[in-house]
Write a protein that binds this ligand. Structure first.
Ligand code: PHE
Length: 337
């Protein structure tokens, strides 16, 4: 080889042709590997006469450096080119619209149920649940409605057997909640209730939210405060609230709570039947007879209870005039909330 020119020439030719990192690696092995062309030249160094060794050694070193630097720059050029190709081929068009997956919507009743629950939870109320197939005892008897009590006629009951019913209200969970713990207590009960009734304002299944608060010194003004706070958050802070005397066997005194008509603002319209008021819930102070049924001393404890219809509140809130719309599963209706 001596001057190294032919080795250099063949190396450069091969390198120019190389089109991939693998091919370059093969060239590296061919020239610089343990049995490579340049390496074997280096091995002949010791056989040379002393005066030639120096210049030949220098030549080999220069060749080696040249080969290494040529390979390095070709490698970096190739990997840059690779990167460029990948960037082009893997490019993502971020302006393309995404794929739409319909995920459904919360039912308006569930939405309002959740809103009601959130308001009471922020006031420190817990959330209780109870069975929908309920004992006559909890649905009526423990609520001061003995068998043959005329107040039972107010609720068109679905009987399962002689002593089990589909609960007609969420009030039985008051009893179950009080049996489970000792005062002080405050909780609400969201849930389904059933009455044999159907027209534009009644469906055989509907939803109620019950509320109960018991302690040693709960008064009617606590009831007013809590319900006014609820109504002002649920509707608007300016909504007028009115308590009207009423009757429930399990509360004494009892009241029906009205809000100023949200449609005519009190002037009188079709929805409020000209009265300017809309009834939205029933409430009262827990009847001492009820405390006796759960073993609380009525001389020590007082409390209030209330119950509201979720469908009614939803209909008022969204100006819906037919309750059956909630349960027809018409997606065009349900999508609007
Ligand atoms: N349970 C009664 C109803 O369904 C409402 C109510 C609950 C009234 C609690 C007073 C206290 O009509």
């Amino acid at each position: 080889m001596r001057d190294g020119a032919s080795l250099k020439k063949s190396f450069l030719e091969e390198l120019t042709k190389a089109a991939s990192l693998t091919e370059i690696q093969q060239i590296r092995v061919k020239y610089l590997g343990k049995k490579g062309l340049l390496t074997s030249e280096l091995k002949t160094l010791s056989t040379l006469p002393a005066e030639e060794r120096r210049s030949f050694g220098k030549l080999i070193n220069e060749l080696k450096e040249l080969i290494e630097s040529e390979i390095a720059s070709k490698e970096s050029a190739l990997s840059q080119e690779d990167l460029r190709k990948r960037l082009v081929s893997e490019a993502i068009d971020i302006t393309l619209p995404g794929k739409y997956t319909p995920i459904g919507k919360e039912h308006p009743i569930n939405k309002v149920l959740r809103e009601i629950t959130e308001i009471f939870v922020t006031m420190g109320f817990g959330v209780e649940e109870g069975p929908e197939v309920e004992l006559d005892y909890y649905n009526f008897e423990a609520l001061n409605m003995p068998k043959n009590h005329p107040a039972r006629d107010m609720q068109d009951t679905f009987y399962i057997t002689e002593d089990t019913v589909l609960r007609t209200h969420t009030s039985p969970v008051q009893i179950r909640g009080m049996e489970k713990r000792k005062p002080p207590l405050r909780f609400i009960v969201p849930g389904k209730v059933y009455r044999c009734d159907a027209d534009i304002t009644h469906t055989p299944m509907f939803h109620q939210v019950e509320g109960l608060m018991v302690d040693t010194d709960i008064s009617f003004s606590d009831l007013k405060g809590v319900l006014e706070m609820f109504i002002h958050k649920m509707f608007s802070p300016e909504t007028p609230v009115r308590f009207r005397p009423s009757f429930f066997p399990f509360t004494e005194p009892s009241a029906e709570v009205d809000i100023g008509c949200i449609f005519c603002k009190g002037g009188g319209c079709q929805v409020c039947k000209g009265s300017g008021w809309l009834e939205i819930l029933g409430a009262g102070m827990v009847n001492p007879r009820v405390f006796e049924m759960v073993g609380y001393d009525p001389e020590v404890y007082t409390g209030f209870a209330f119950g509201m219809g979720v469908e009614r509140i939803t209909m008022l809130k969204y100006s819906i005039d037919d309750i059956r719309l909630f349960y027809e599963n018409d997606i065009r209706f349900l999508r609007q909330f």
